[in-house]
Design a protein around this ligand. Sequence first.
Ligand SMILES: NC(=O)c1ccc[n+]([C@@H]2O[C@H](COP(=O)([O-])OP(=O)(O)OC[C@H]3O[C@@H](n4cnc5c(N)ncnc54)[C@H](O)[C@@H]3O)[C@@H](O)[C@H]2O)c1
Ligand SMILES: [Zn+2]
Length: 357
Amino acid sequence: MAKEIFAGIKNLKYKIIISRNAISKKNLGHILKEHNKALIISDNGVPLDITKKVKSISKNYSKVFSVVLTKGEQAKSIQNFQKILNFLAENNFDRTDIIVAVGGGVVGDISGYVASAYLRGIQFIQIPTTLLAQVDSSVGGKTAINISAGKNLVGAFYNPKGVLIDTSVLKSLPEREYKAGLAEVVKYGLIKNKFLFSLLKDNPQKIMLMNKNLIEDVIFESIKTKAEIVSKDEKENGIRALLNFGHTFGHAIEAHGKYKKILHGEAVAKGMFIASKISYLEGHISKKYLKVVKDLLDTYGFDLSVSQYQYRDLKPFIFRDKKIRSGRLNLVLLGGPSKAIITSSFDSNNLKKSLAN
Ligand SMILES: NC(=O)c1ccc[n+]([C@@H]2O[C@H](COP(=O)([O-])OP(=O)(O)OC[C@H]3O[C@@H](n4cnc5c(N)ncnc54)[C@H](O)[C@@H]3O)[C@@H](O)[C@H]2O)c1
Ligand SMILES: [Zn+2]
């Protein structure tokens, strides 16, 4: 059964459609019929049958152009940003035209940023094709590219016109990528969504095997939680920080491995366990609940070991995190089942202890 949710506020609300056949004439036609030209942006890791389908449907409504980037995080570059802007200008795209992002978070992030910048903003839609993009990056309006000083340092808050989440595209996703995406799903269950937490706890086998009905529910519940949080805090001044549960440590682990050793979701899983241990040591959750969290992460096969990292190695990255405001490190901790809290008051010894496995 197709599901729909809205994100964004007031006149900037956008519809997110989740179904096994979201890439359809009906859904794409509804959006594209108002646009003369459409630029489809993807990368060469996105299976061709997906981009071909989007193209062949889009042709019925708009003149279709395409840009295919070389896959990988390095695609989110200033060079590609400029290349796409020039492509749009050379092909006389105007403000009434549209960009269609078909791919994972990399494609979504750069496409959204191009859309925000070209002619001071043209419309774009997201067709996310990785689990991470379907449950996280395609919703919330954050767009970004990387510069040599760091990842995602340049970007804009810019909402899409719509998001089409087609669950059938996930079948070609490598298992490791799929599982890494599940880390963000577990995050929503731990910070807010009780129902999602139970779904995850009760159906690990089916979810890991991408059961058709369950995966739709899992994505819907994830997006629902993200949409609820970001719609209350579009520019990340307050509760949006809850979405960073596990990320201060996850980012530190990723950065320490120079973003080559470990996938984002794998690092976030470790980070969520570290943050849960601090939550216990700080007295916010019981030992019993800490075990429930660990068991859930174990069930989904996440490697939670942190013995390969020394506190002194991670420390500079932890304290460099973007989420530090006026010199104080704000931690997102668990405050109970499906509940997260943000605090800058904690004993730094507990932080050290949690990193000592
Ligand atoms: N904007 C946000 O709010 C937000 C949130 C989280 C992450 N991100 C960003 O997202 C990026 C990571 O996204 P990602 O994990 O999707 O990585 P990705 O976009 O690099 O995709 C991973 C790989 O899978 C391939 N792929 C895509 N769809 C596929 C499919 N259906 N079958 C097989 N292969 C497929 C891609 O070509 C790529 O090689 C990072 O740059 C991160 O900064 C942004
Ligand atoms: Zn994340």
